[in-house]
Design a protein around this ligand. Structure first.
Ligand SMILES: [Zn+2]
Length: 243
């Protein structure tokens, strides 16, 4: 038998979670609002046509169905994982944790990142796209109708450090401060999971983002400061779910 290398899956004798034998018991739903405190830039895919003076690569991500800005679940989830990994010393060379250990909350909640051949544990977390709240949507639609800007256009010089000069300024779009998005995170709770610990872990990660970090691009330059407000947490047993 070939001995697995250090850090590799150890199969049934190791501490890799084998959740297929565990029953899915409940979900915990966290609902909250994401209030933008400083201009937020969540970029689109780029490469679009330049509209007005806005750099094609710096246009805000918009929902193609209604043109409204939103915060993709993947963006919030990635930030959550990243701040929690940093705190736990698991941000290894910039790669997400893939230890796969049953006592690693990162791998349990977010899934072991691209773990080759792992008996894949189900990812416990689902982060929904955060769409404009009712009030912000009304304000957005009114602004569109009135023909006033619905997003802030922010122009910045890029300093060429070698030449010591400013290169041509670029203009990007930011979601305006005061905009509120409705956020939702679902945790899948399996038999034997410590639901309270997982919930606290996520709330803690949101707290780090709120107090010490940001969402979207250019956080170090003051973009994307947000507050998480009006948190509601509810537990729903899986066998009660129906439509
Ligand atoms: Zn891990």
């Amino acid at each position: 038998m070939v001995e697995p290398r250090q850090g590799e899956p150890r199969g049934s004798t190791g501490n890799i979670p084998v959740p297929s034998s565990k029953k899915w018991d409940a979900i915990i739903r966290l609902r909250f609002q994401i209030a933008v405190a400083e201009g937020l830039r969540i970029g689109g895919s780029g490469g679009g046509l330049e509209i007005g003076g806005v750099d094609a690569n710096l246009m805000a991500l918009r929902n193609p169905a209604n043109n409204e800005p939103y915060i993709p679940g993947s963006s919030l989830k990635g930030k959550l994982r990243s701040v929690l990994e940093k705190e736990l010393g698991k941000a290894l060379g910039g790669d997400p944790c893939k230890c796969g250990s049953a006592d690693c909350l990162i791998c349990t909640v977010f899934g072991a990142h691209m773990k080759p051949g792992a008996a894949s544990a189900p990812t416990r977390i689902v982060v929904r796209d955060a769409l404009l709240s009712g009030q912000s949507r009304t304000r957005f639609q009114e602004a569109v109708l009135a023909g006033v800007p619905v997003l802030e256009e922010k122009t910045e010089n890029i300093i060429d450090r070698k030449a010591g000069t400013a290169r041509s300024p670029r203009t990007g779009e930011r979601v305006l401060p005061g905009t509120v998005f409705d956020g939702e995170i679902i945790l899948h709770i399996y038999e034997g999971d410590d639901a309270d610990e997982m919930t606290k872990f996520i709330r803690h990660g949101l707290g780090i983002i709120q107090e010490a970090c940001s969402l979207g691009a250019s956080g170090s330059r003051g973009y994307g400061k947000v507050r998480f407000e009006n948190l509601q947490v509810e537990t729903l047993k899986l066998d009660q779910l129906t439509i």
